[in-house]
Design a protein. Structure first.
Length: 286
């Protein structure tokens, strides 16, 4: 079979795997510029085939993408795309919180439901390919309640992390129940629902994160102001780190005021790749 025919026949999951491995290799070499030939060889494709697949999925060439993975990219984001959350709030969760053509329906548990640790809930789970490595999705009949990335933590640790948040829930492997929501989450069209399980303060912080537009960033101090506790930056940082639905509730868009990436629960390499991916696609759409 010719390379062109192979490209047409390749499933989307294969493209996800190729791009995830390529992003890892590019990020590992940042701020150096890895050559097209080097990255292509690392994922087992010819340079021409790799460039075509990468550009189709990410929206820019591999060389251009590398520019978004440099160490000072976070500082440039703060200087150029620092989102003021009060202004973003005017557009609502379906405006500032949009992810491409995805509309998020948001529902939070009551404090009493949260305090019961998931008792009475059945949480479906499944593993999926994603732009940022293996993704673990969990959800109830009302929407996704968990989305984790295991590229740096490993699958067992990621599963244990999410499951420990709702220790009294019943867990059922049922990826088919979650697939439409997960497909939409990574740009496949449609909509997804969120069933967010957290303490009231955490939910306030996560709601503020949803007001940060795609390709923009905010700071932990801005989030503290947005939730009405300007001196509670440490508590806000903890709430950001405990966000159960990564990517859709965009905790990767929270940076330190000085321009540093800060922490990321699923690994700084994943956070850096997410910010670069969003910046690349936003710039191409302008």
């Amino acid at each position: 079979m010719s390379e062109t025919a192979e490209s047409i026949a390749e499933p989307l999951s294969y493209h996800y795997g190729v791009i995830a491995r390529a992003i890892d290799r590019i990020a590992d070499r940042a701020p150096e510029q890895a050559s097209l030939e080097e990255v292509a060889a690392g994922v087992g494709l010819s340079p021409a085939h790799f460039q075509r697949v990468f550009s189709q999925w990410v929206g820019v060439s591999p060389k251009r993408f590398q520019q978004y993975l440099t160490l000072d990219h976070a500082r440039r984001l703060l200087a150029e795309r620092h989102s003021v959350l009060d202004a973003a709030h005017a557009s609502g969760l379906s405006g500032g919180g949009r992810l491409h053509d995805l509309f998020l329906r948001w529902e939070a548990m009551s404090p009493g439901e949260y305090a019961r640790g998931g008792a009475g809930l059945t949480i479906a789970w499944g593993w999926f390919d994603s732009p940022f490595g293996p993704a673990l999705a969990m959800g109830t009949d009302r929407g996704l309640c968990g989305l984790a990335f295991a590229a740096e933590t490993g699958r067992e640790a990621a599963f244990a992390d999410l499951a420990a948040r709702w220790p009294k829930a019943r867990y059922l492997e049922a990826a088919d129940r979650l697939e439409p929501w997960v497909t939409a989450a990574f740009g496949g069209g449609g909509e997804t629902a969120l069933h967010v399980i957290g303490a009231p303060f955490q939910i306030k912080v996560w709601e503020a994160l949803l007001r940060v537009p795609t390709g923009h960033v905010t700071t932990y101090s801005d989030l503290a102001v947005a939730v009405g506790h300007p001196s509670a930056q440490r508590a806000v940082g903890t709430a950001v780190g405990r966000n159960p639905v990564s990517w859709l509730i965009p905790c990767h868009r929270a940076l330190r005021k000085a321009g540093g990436l800060g922490g990321y629960h699923w690994g700084l390499g994943v956070k850096r790749a997410m910010l670069a991916w969003e910046s690349a696609r936003l710039d191409e759409a302008v």
